[in-house]
Design a binder for this molecule. Structure first.
Ligand SMILES: *[C@@H]1O[C@H](CO)[C@@H](O)[C@H](O)[C@H]1NC(C)=O
Ligand SMILES: *[C@@H]1O[C@H](CO)[C@@H](O)[C@H](O)[C@H]1NC(C)=O
Length: 512
């Protein structure tokens, strides 16, 4: 399950850790009234249904109830039941029928997991209501939509997909569509049933926009519930020359990829008997006088089974003239925890204080190291928005908007195992003009993406369009984006008319 993930996401400021005075036990809680209010709202199905009902009046879909009694059905003609095959991670489902409206099949889990699971359900519901209104009429057949929001879709069937062997119980070619709000492999052929849709960390304001008429699709940023996913919008940018010429990073000591994938690496202290930090400590004779960890850290860097995050932190400890990187908070509170806390202090891999966005913004170089999903859900966009330039961690995984950001245009690519990081750093130091250009293009990308209209369009192109495969195969019901969000279209028509008038005026002037 994904209790660990709370910490991972928290590392890049979706959640804020609080530190107890006695030990470095990190607890996670949400920041800001918006998220808090939503959690409370989600807390009671009845309250939520009431809230939706009040908003959506006579729409039959307003009969929403988030409950555990939702029927589980398979869709399509297949005899394969995806629920039997999917595990071990959860597969979520939103069900609709004309009589009772939307239902959502809730799982048990941490509040963070529940929050994202319900956010995914709301995304599907509000997207269908907005763009498929005629599909929700009383004479329409019921449907089920499967979705995932975990770090990456957690199914045992990745292995068979990767090896080409088909173990018992993985008829992935017969699965119904699964809408994935999380990270997934760049190689889409591995699990063709997946449709990658709007990354869950940018979903919250979208639900709000989809559910509130009248405010939609303006070319201005939505209200972000203090997640800082988008970071700066051009304010307070320090001049390039004044930025600290180092690579800054702070984040959670967390595994890289899931165990289903090649390249999976456990965190730096996975188990008391399998703890890389402890091996460094012992190798250097830790606890016996003034230990010197340099040699042991160098030896550790020669291993290929350590996470990119640990690699960066160790490199920073060995030479902080170009990297400023530390862990902040470990991911779990299990038996290894006291050992990890002690070693974090002793080896100085753990930061005393969490870097704020303002701290980060002072640096010239950033890196968005992936965690269990192979990406960071809140780091990439945020770091592209900063005055410095992003070294983007190129992994086998992608998030929903990755097609629209390009190497050497919006970021400087860095290999999965960071083998070229020093070379890329030297290049960047030697090419400040090019870096400034890349940083400016990245900030411009963020500014353009961080508008209500751009986010709605992203959700339309990923979630709304792909939902047709499940609920509207003959494409009779899907409302065109421009029709659903006419405000900007009218704006453009007005602009075209104005441009036409201007051209006519110029033509007249030229003719005279
Ligand atoms: C910009 O600086 C002002 C004044 O120091 C501060 O109040 C504001 O929060 C800063 N904005 C950002 C995005 O850092
Ligand atoms: C620690 O060890 C490294 C390599 O063995 C050596 O270069 C360095 O001088 C040592 N540092 C101290 C403080 O003794």
């Amino acid at each position: 399950m994904r209790t660990t993930e709370d910490a991972d996401r928290a590392s890049e400021s979706l959640l804020r850790p609080t530190t107890t005075s006695s030990s470095r036990v990190c607890r996670w809680r949400r920041v800001g009234g918006g998220l808090g209010a939503l959690v409370v709202l989600f807390g009671a199905g009845a309250a939520l249904a009431a809230a939706f009902g009040a908003r959506d009046g006579d729409n039959v879909a307003a009969a929403l109830a988030f409950d555990k009694s939702a029927p589980t059905t398979t869709t399509g003609d297949s005899h394969v039941n995806i629920r039997d095959e999917w595990g071990p991670g959860p597969l979520h489902e939103v069900h609709w029928d004309a009589k009772t409206g939307f239902h959502y099949d809730a799982h048990d889990g941490s509040s963070f997991e529940k929050f994202e699971e319900k956010l995914g359900a709301r995304m599907i519901q509000s997207t269908v209501m907005k763009y498929y209104p005629t599909r929700l009429k009383s004479d329409q057949p019921s449907f089920s939509v499967y979705y995932t929001v975990e770090d990456y879709p957690k199914t045992k069937c990745w292995k068979s997909a990767r090896t080409g062997l088909a173990p018992e119980g993985c008829h992935t070619d017969q699965w119904p569509r699964v809408y994935n709000f999380a990270s997934q492999p760049k190689d889409a052929s591995l699990l063709p049933a997946l449709d990658q849709v709007t990354l869950i960390t940018i979903a919250e304001p979208l639900v709000d926009m989809l559910e509130h008429e009248g405010e939609d699709a303006k070319l201005e940023p939505p209200n972000w519930p203090k997640q800082q996913v988008f970071g700066m919008n051009g304010e307070n940018a320090t001049a390039w020359e004044n930025l600290i010429p180092k690579i800054a990073w702070q984040g959670t000591d967390y595994r890289f990829y899931g165990p289903e994938f090649d390249g999976f690496k456990e965190d730096s202290c996975h188990h008391p008997n399998d703890c890389v930090l402890n091996q460094i400590w012992q190798r250097a004779g830790g606890g016996h006088g003034k230990a010197n960890y340099t040699l042991a850290m160098r030896e550790t860097l020669a291993r290929n089974d350590i996470t990119p995050r640990l690699r960066l932190v160790l490199n920073s400890l060995l030479d902080n003239s170009w990297i400023d990187a530390k862990f902040f908070c470990v991911a779990r509170y299990d038996s290894r925890f006291p050992l990890r806390v002690k070693l974090g202090k002793e080896l100085r891999v753990e930061a005393d204080r969490k870097m704020t966005g303002d701290d980060l913004a002072k640096y010239r170089y950033h890196i968005d190291l992936g965690g269990a999903g192979g990406t960071t859900w809140t780091g990439t966009i945020h770091k592209m928005s900063l005055p410095g330039v992003l070294f983007h961690h190129e992994t086998a995984m992608r998030d929903s908007y990755f097609d629209s950001i390009k190497p050497w245009v919006h970021y400087i690519p860095v290999a999965e195992d960071l083998r070229d990081l020093r070379q890329k750093f030297d290049w960047a130091q030697a090419n400040p003009q090019k870096c400034k250009q890349i940083s400016a293009a990245a900030s411009a990308w963020v500014k353009a993406f961080n508008t209500r209209r751009a986010l709605l369009r992203h959700n339309y192109n990923t979630l709304a369009v792909n939902l047709a495969k499940t609920i509207d195969p003959s494409k009779k019901h899907l409302v065109p984006f421009e029709k659903a969000h006419p405000s900007a279209m009218l704006g453009r028509m007005r602009q075209r008319i104005l441009n036409g008038l201007r051209r006519a005026a110029r033509a007249r002037a030229a003719a005279q």
